[in-house]
Design a protein around this ligand. Sequence first.
Ligand SMILES: *Cc1c(COP(=O)(O)O)cnc(C)c1O
Length: 335
Amino acid sequence: MTSKITLQDSYQAQARISGRIRRTALVESPSLSKLSGGQISLKLESTQITGSFKLRGATSAVLSLTEEQRAVGVVGVSTGNHGRGLAYAAAQAGVRCIICMSELVPQNKLEGIKSHGAEVRIVGRSQDDAQVEVDRLVAEGMTMLPPFDHRDIIAGQSTVALEILEQAPDLDTVLVPLSGGGLISGMGMVLKAANPNIRMIGITMERGAAMYECLKAGKPVLVEEQATLADSLGGGIGLDNAYTFEMTKAFVDDVVLVSEEEIAAAIRHAYFQECQVIEGSGSVGIAALLSGKIENPGRCVALVSGQNIAMDLHKRIIDGENVDVAAESKGGEDA
Ligand SMILES: *Cc1c(COP(=O)(O)O)cnc(C)c1O
């Protein structure tokens, strides 16, 4: 049996990571407030070091390792924001970090990980091949840190909510991008403890909405991954999910889905109205507000979770092109 993750875990994570992560701004959005009839603010985790909130969980987990674990090092399989956060957190703590990936991973993602100081190991042609190498490294004594279903990761992500409570003590609604659910589990635990009336809404994309399907099925199920502008929200929650499925069920009031067109419109809105460059996954809360899918938002915070988008893709979206990543992708991408 896994024990519950509590407010105490959240405060302890905050103490561990304080000074090592950025306290991000909460900014009012007059344009979204006008459009939605609420009082909307954006929590800009897109301006976090490494470009997403994932640094909070990664730093929390790296700093929770035992002396022996620190001496050997950590390993991950993510080529996206978790990989970046883990690479940076490990480098800061002086811990060896190996990120395993398949040879199909695009060069810009590979460089993104390397630039934060991790060793990159390229193995085989699929994510499964990369996993075989991870298992080998774990057998040799390295510690695998997963992107969401882990106590210290969830406790780390929950610290965003502690900050929000200081910045906006009176809240009605919080919009959180949702994939594996580490972020919304941690945030929901904190916010519902502070005020059970706060409405927690998870936002995800129509294409491959894993947690949404699992909640509907009442248990973790396999959901096919599809190419989407919200690429950091892709992937399943794991059939052996230990924490985030139950926590999401307990703390999340509603899950809202957004289309590719709505995501593109939100990226444009962030750029032209808010002066922010954000990635598709970070934009889904704005997408839900713009499309009128959030009823009575009231005093509402939309978490903008990340900024790591290929700049050529961003430019095409800003230029108004109707980008269909599914038609363009050759598959094999991961979050
Ligand atoms: C990982 C990620 C999410 C989703 O977080 P989960 O804990 O997997 O639900 C949302 N936005 C961005 C930018 C991310 O990198």
